[in-house]
Design a protein around this ligand. Sequence first.
Ligand SMILES: Nc1ncnc2c1ncn2[C@@H]1O[C@H](COP(=O)(O)OP(=O)(O)O)[C@@H](O)[C@H]1O
Ligand SMILES: [Mg+2]
Length: 258
Amino acid sequence: MSADGPALLELSGVTRQFGGLRAVSNVDLSIARGEVIGLIGPNGAGKTTLVNVITGVHRASSGTVRFDGTDITRLKPYQAARRGIARTFQIVQPFPEMTVAENVAAAAMFAGAAAYGSEANAQALEHLRFVGLADIAHSRAASLTLAMRKRLELAKGLAMRPKLLLLDEVNAGLNATEVDHALHLIRAIAARGITVLIIEHLMKVVLSICTRVVVLHHGELIATGDTKSIVKDPRVVAAYLGRRYGAADSALRGVPNG
Ligand SMILES: Nc1ncnc2c1ncn2[C@@H]1O[C@H](COP(=O)(O)OP(=O)(O)O)[C@@H](O)[C@H]1O
Ligand SMILES: [Mg+2]
């Protein structure tokens, strides 16, 4: 973990209300450059909402978000993207009538990482090669399997040339072979120097790639630490791991019990 220097992302007292519901409550979190942070917690804990606040999809009800030295609390999604924040969506939704390559080029243009036309298309092919989708670059996005759509999400994220990449359940619904491939890709992305925050239910994934883990429960950050201390933390076991795995031991092996 590179904890030196100013944080890349700094959340202070971030709260997001939906009517009477506090989906994210007073979250303080600092992420250093080069970290691969796991964000875990039960369904409804506020993980996706936190990503939405960081990316400007939802504005924080209170608190501040600082990124790379500037206050981005009030930025719109395309402005956050242009500053270097990219994300994938839990519910993958490519433009179905566009080709796979056109979807990636659109992401690059959204983030201002490429000009229109041939530059964006050339970059798109490069990112598709990286995620293993070059062969179907010119197929309609609607024809992709779930695993391919998840890889397309990664290619779109990379096309935005991010400093910070937020991955929202990129492995959900994938089989073991597909998860291994995704793990390999995420490692390669981190090796490029991109800071990664990954929302993930598979503890096997969290334990094998994350430098640090953050746990949300009812919108509150209840624990943060390295993977070893997190799986032993009684509050985390009670709020999340115990329910999913029965014991921290089986969590270490990544074997869900239901
Ligand atoms: N746009 C929204 N409007 C109203 N409530 C929302 C909205 N988005 C999320 N929520 C609520 O906020 C809580 C946290 O949701 P979410 O961030 O999706 O959790 P997670 O990703 O951890 O499963 C849930 O109770 C959810 O129903
Ligand atoms: Mg979610």
